[in-house]
Design a protein around this ligand. Sequence first.
Ligand code: SF4
Ligand code: SF4
Length: 468
Amino acid sequence: MNWADLFEWGGWFGLVLVWLSLGLMFIYSLVEKEKRAATRSGVLFFLFLVFLGGKFIFTPQVFDPFSYLGVSLGWLALLTIFLILVSPAPRGTIKVSSLPARVDERDVIFARFDLEKDSPLYEEYYHQHEHLRSRDEEIRRLPDLLDRSYWEKSPWEFALAEAEFDFIEELLTLVEQPPLSSRFTFPPDRATVMVKRLALYLGAKLCGVAAVENSFIYSHVGRGPEPYGQPISLQHPYAIVFAVEMDLAMVANAPQAPVVVETSKRYTEAAHISIVLAKTIQKLGYSARAHIAGSNYQVMLPPLAWKAGLGELGRSGIIITYPYGPRVRLGVVTTDLPLIPDKPVSFGVQDFCAACLKCARCCPAQAISKGERQIDNGVTRWVIDREACYRFWRQVGTDCATCLFVCPYSKENNFFHRVVREITRSSKLAQKLAVRGDDFFYGSRPQARSSPLVGLTRVNSPPHQKQK
Ligand code: SF4
Ligand code: SF4
């Protein structure tokens, strides 16, 4: 075999790799019920099959367009793979330029909308924050989240979500108990392994440990059972941060009722894990506090999750985890049990988001920035218009989650998507190709799957009770 043959067969090898990748994508798309991706990858797989077959039908002596084109395409694919493999570590990382100031929980949008209209607290707050008054009042005129006026189309889902939220509120008294006086001592590395194992055993999908910095602690209580406006003084030096996965089939209904069902269910799961984990630590003689939705958070979860190595902050303002993207809910337990903090991770989200814009394009409220990152309270990030987002939630009566659903990182955590995540980790070329590929195969504006009972009907009924 001479150099010319080697060159030709190298090209065909590259082309076969592309063909096999399309075949793999076709199979995974069928399994994931991704119709558009399955159709497109299937058609391309078939065309490549014909193309490759053509190599053996036409002979070079007569006419061989397949060889010229095929070898060129194959080498282009090999060159792309080579460039991806030799690319350096992720370039963009989250930058903290100055020590962020502590956030007052009373300024958080949910705390503002918990205030009873025209009450003394309401008047006092808006007297001090006049710039927020008119926009907030305009939003307040819309029905509240889960308002009965929204129940007509999906009464079971809304009732279920409300029941979950009611249940979480019942749990608020359990978040903190005094530790037992007899204390077990553990080496920090062993304790760190054990708290992570416990969280995963209890149902978390990811778990990490962060050192609690002052700027991660809210300055004053804005929600929950503790007195409104009370200064928060949290002495726990460590936070055990975990994530529970949200079901993609449910999130794919965004922005309809199944999303709030899924959100409330995962908040309940997170509350269960947090409370049991905190109680376990208390029984071993250490102080611990569960921070749960409902709400009694004393700490801000996204920066803690980033510090604990669970993921990176994306354009949509949500933590993007490596295996599940933004399709998670976070939970946290703070404690004085000595632990070893993890380090933040970087797997190319900042660069990927800079090229992607899909969430910004698809956001029905235009709440996600299409521009550059800005310095916001010392952190370089994409700034979200929280009021526009929340207004849309009240227009539909449920949380929206369109930005979770359309995010390329939200795909199922299977072999195919893990390979894609791995090759887009550091290469800008791979990131640009993946962004274009995601638009081509899954749509630049993926359509929500309108199946209100999707999560509920998947529960298998006994044969004699099949659902109609
Ligand atoms: S939840 Fe919906 S409205 Fe809010 S930022 Fe995401 S896509 Fe936009
Ligand atoms: S949709 Fe794209 S831009 Fe938005 S968070 Fe996901 S990767 Fe980033």
